[in-house]
Each structure stands twice: as structure tokens, then as C-alpha cells.
Design a protein around this ligand. Structure first.
Ligand code: ATP
Length: 451
């Protein structure tokens, strides 16, 4: 058997549509640029990814959760620097009308040419603010302008004192949040890698100045271990330390993943100094200083930030999980060889959207009725699918394509022995298990899936 990994994002885009992971937004109207909808399987996958991150963050004794509003006071974005500085340089091709970013387009940087048609008939570079603007209330006057947040982090900063005082945590401590962000990206693309509406999972860790370097390194290691724990292959991950830093940053690194289009940023880890809290103190006139009762020290904490896009992480999980197992079969009579391909999404069991698929061997009622009962029994604890159409082989393949760890087959013996056959996605082993023991078997099997 030969195992092939993912070579091309289009393979994933079509699998996503076929199996209900991700659909293009407003597809029946021709789609809306770079917006995507998570389908029946994708929406569970997304919840599992968020839960994995949320638990890794908030089940620690030093991090609290936050769910802040998308709309914030407009001055937040002045203080944060987004109104004046959150922009990309934009260039228009006057011939083919392509619009592209001047700072990361190879043909423009090297030859001042349009990446689409090669023309040199280009506009000047213009700065384009990436924030979506809207109006609050019925009047569209400038007084009511609000922005869709381009990052979740500002919610953490403006709630620093609220979170610290209500939880009575001492520094070092962190605030974690998951939520939608919006950026009017000039060149979105690569499926769910860069979109205009996306979800971020950000954590800000507040530390005493002087201890920031140590915590920055700790968080680098923790975040790498998170990816390894959930099955991302080590060879597909690397750090990319920034040489050029933002004026407020003391250190910055990206965790990069080897996507089919090459290594690209998955997560940013930044030492943001006391920049954000200081800015909000200045613009709001409120103190965001921390007072240590024990030592009587008063200071503005430094912030170590870890920021990953949920959608980008889903893409990394999907790219990493995808495999094609190719076996060559020989026809006994004709001697002709043909390829059999099993497509498997080898998700970590906690990430896998559906944990068990229940399959009656035939559509006869004597099998479908008990199979539905078994489905209900399993559904009390797990996300389950029931599938009775097509041959058993085809149904196994469908379950493999969404990465289902276990398939349970109900056959004509089930009524006699009260047992079912459970097939393991990766080992392809089959165990005969009593129905009364099935939930325990699956729970243990998920915990020890790779052992
Ligand atoms: P990039 O350089 O890719 O534009 P960034 O450095 O601007 O990203 P951050 O502002 O640090 O990104 O945001 C943190 C994380 O949010 C990124 O690492 C990425 O995973 C995610 N993210 C940012 N922009 C987008 C987007 N347009 N679509 C999907 N995810 C995004």
C-alpha cells in the first residue's frame, strides 16, 4: 500500500463540499467572495477545534475566559492604532483591473508588474484600511460610526481590570477568548486560509515587566505542544521569528504550518510590551495599572499574546489529516491491475466530528430497528451518524472520508448474540462487542485510539 498526502487545496475544497465540511457562502447566488459556511460535519469539527483550544487555555489555574462584543466603542480603535495604521498598500492594474497587495506580490516587488496579466500600467500604491465600517443607530452621520472588530484582543485589554478583579487572579494571569473578526482583505483566498470574516482564538497573558522574555518562550513551547498533542505532524510545523518588529513589540514569532501552498502563518505569538494597556489608559483616562497587595508594587503589565485563526487551524487540521491509501488490485481472470483508493481524514479522535457511524448490514427492518436503537444509545454520549444506503463498502468509505474513528455494523447475528462488529478507522481491526458494553468500548477506544 502507498500512502499519499494532500497535494492540492482543490482536493480538499471538493471533499468539503461532497461531505458537508465547508460550503461557499450564498452559493446559489454565485457565492460571496472569501466567505464560507460550515456544513453539517464542518460545524461539529469547528466546535471540536474551539473546545480543544478553549480547554487547553481555560482549564489552567491562571487563565480566565471572556466573550466580548464584536462592536466596541469607536475610540478603542483609535487607541489601538487600527484607525490610523491598520492598512495594506493597494495597487490596481489599469489593464485587467486586478487589485493586489503591493507588499507581498512577487511580480510587483521584483518587476513592478501585475500578477495577473503582467502589465506595467499600474496605479500608485494607496493605503487601504482593512476595517469594516458600519453605523450604529438610525442616522448615518459620522458620530455613529462603529467598526466590526478586526481582532478580538482589544476586548481583553479593555476588560483587563474587570477580569482581574472579578476573578481575583494575581499576575501572571491570562484572558482567553474566541470570536468573530472581520478584515476587508485585499487578496483573500486559499479556501478558508484568508477570509474576510473569520474566527480568532486569542489569549493575552499579563506579566510583570522583566519577566516577559521567559513567558514568551514558555508560550512558544506550549503552543507548539498543543499542535503536536492534537496530531499535527511535527515536520509540518516550524517557528518563524520576526526580525522586523512593530514599534511596540519586543519579540514576535509565527507558528507556521506547511500548507499545500507552502509554509504560512498559523498562529502569531507576540510580546506586546505595555503598549496596549498604556494606550487605553491614555485614551480612556482610566487606570489599568496592576497593584500587587503583597509587595505593594504598582505597574502596567506586559502582554504575551497568542493568536490563532480558528478557520486557519481547521484548514491545517484538514490538510494534515488527509491521506489516500492506494492499493493495487489484480483481477484474477483478466490479470489486469487497477488502483483502489481509500481516502481517510485521519483526525485526532477529539477533533474528529463524528465519533461513531452505525451501519445496518441490510435495509431490512429486523436490522434497521435495532440499529436505530444502538444509534440512540451511542448518541447519548457521542456525535453519531446513521447510514443505511449503499453497499457496506461504500458506507465505510463515506465514514472514512469524514474521519470517523469507529464504524459499528449491525448484522443478522446481532439479534442472536446481542453484539455488533466495531471497525477501527486506522488499524482496520474488527472487534465483536456486546451492545451493553458498546458505549464504554467506544469511550475507551477514543481515549486510546493511537495506542
Ligand atoms: P496575516 O499575516 O496572515 O495577514 P496577521 O499577522 O495579520 O496574519 P494576526 O493579526 O496576528 O494575523 O492574527 C492572528 C491570527 O488570526 C493569524 O495567525 C491567523 O491565523 C488569523 N487570521 C488573521 N487574518 C485572517 C484572515 N483574513 N482569515 C483567516 N484567518 C486570519
Amino acid at each position: 500500500m502507498v500512502v499519499k498526502t494532500l497535494q492540492d487545496l482543490n482536493t480538499l475544497v471538493s471533499l468539503s463540499k461532497r461531505r458537508g465540511f465547508v460550503f461557499q457562502s450564498s452559493e446559489i447566488y454565485g457565492g460571496l467572495g472569501s466567505c464560507w459556511d460550515y456544513g453539517p460535519i464542518g460545524s461539529i469539527l469547528k466546535m471540536n477545534v474551539k473546545r480543544a483550544w478553549w480547554n487547553a487555555m481555560t482549564r489552567r489555574s491562571d487563565i480566565v475566559g471572556l466573550d466580548a462584543a464584536i462592536l466596541m466603542h469607536p475610540t478603542v480603535w483609535k487607541a489601538s492604532g487600527h484607525v490610523d495604521g491598520f492598512s495594506d498598500p493597494l495597487v490596481d492594474c489599469k489593464d485587467c483591473k486586478t487589485r493586489f497587495r503591493a507588499d507581498n506580490t512577487e511580480s510587483y516587488l521584483t518587476k513592478k508588474q501585475c500578477p495577473q496579466c503582467g502589465s506595467k500600467n499600474l496605479s500608485e500604491e494607496r493605503n487601504f484600511n482593512l476595517m469594516f465600517k458600519t453605523h450604529m443607530g438610525p442616522l448615518e452621520d459620522t458620530g455613529s460610526v462603529v467598526y466590526l472588530r478586526p481582532e478580538t484582543a482589544q476586548g481583553h485589554f479593555v476588560n483587563f481590570i474587570n477580569c482581574q478583579q472579578s476573578s481575583r487572579y494575581k499576575i501572571p494571569f491570562g484572558i482567553a477568548a474566541i470570536g468573530k473578526s472581520f478584515r476587508n482583505e485585499i487578496t483573500p483566498g486559499n479556501f478558508i486560509f484568508r477570509t474576510r470574516e473569520f474566527e480568532q482564538m486569542e489569549m493575552q497573558y499579563f506579566v510583570k515587566p522583566g519577566t516577559d522574555e521567559g513567558f514568551f518562550n514558555e508560550w512558544k513551547e506550549r503552543r507548539l505542544n498543543f499542535y503536536l498533542k492534537f496530531g499535527i505532524k511535527k515536520d509540518n510545523l516550524k517557528f518563524h521569528d520576526h526580525e522586523k518588529l512593530a514599534h511596540y513589540a519586543r519579540a514576535a514569532t509565527d507558528v507556521e504550518y506547511k500548507f499545500p501552498m507552502g509554509y504560512s502563518e498559523l498562529e502569531g505569538i507576540h510580546n506586546r510590551s505595555d503598549f496596549d494597556l498604556t494606550q487605553h489608559m491614555k485614551f480612556s483616562g482610566k487606570s489599568l495599572e496592576y497593584f500587587n497587595e503583597a509587595t505593594k508594587e504598582k505597574y502596567i503589565p506586559y502582554v504575551i499574546e497568542t493568536a490563532v485563526g480558528c478557520d486557519r487551524l481547521i484548514l491545517a487540521f484538514m490538510c494534515d489529516a488527509y491521506r489516500e491509501e492506494v492499493t493495487v488490485q489484480k483481477d484474477e481472470t483478466t490479470g489486469k491491475e487497477s488502483e483502489d483508493i481509500r481516502i481517510v481524514m485521519g483526525f485526532h479522535p477529539e477533533i474528529a466530528p463524528i465519533k461513531v457511524c452505525v451501519l445496518p448490514l441490510s435495509k431490512k427492518e429486523e436490522l434497521t430497528v435495532p440499529a436505530m436503537k444502538i444509534r440512540d444509545q451511542l448518541a447519548e454520549e457521542f456525535d453519531v451518524q446513521y447510514d443505511e444506503t449503499a453497499s457496506i463498502g461504500k458506507r465505510y468509505r463515506r465514514a472514512d472520508e469524514i474521519g470517523t474513528p469507529f464504524c459499528v455494523t449491525v448484522d443478522f447475528e446481532t439479534a442472536n448474540d446481542g453484539a455488533v462488529t466495531v471497525r477501527h478507522r486506522d488499524k482496520m481491526t474488527q472487534d465483536r462487542i456486546q451492545i451493553s458494553q458498546l458505549n464504554t468500548y467506544v469511550a475507551n477506544g477514543l481515549r486510546n485510539f493511537n495506542t
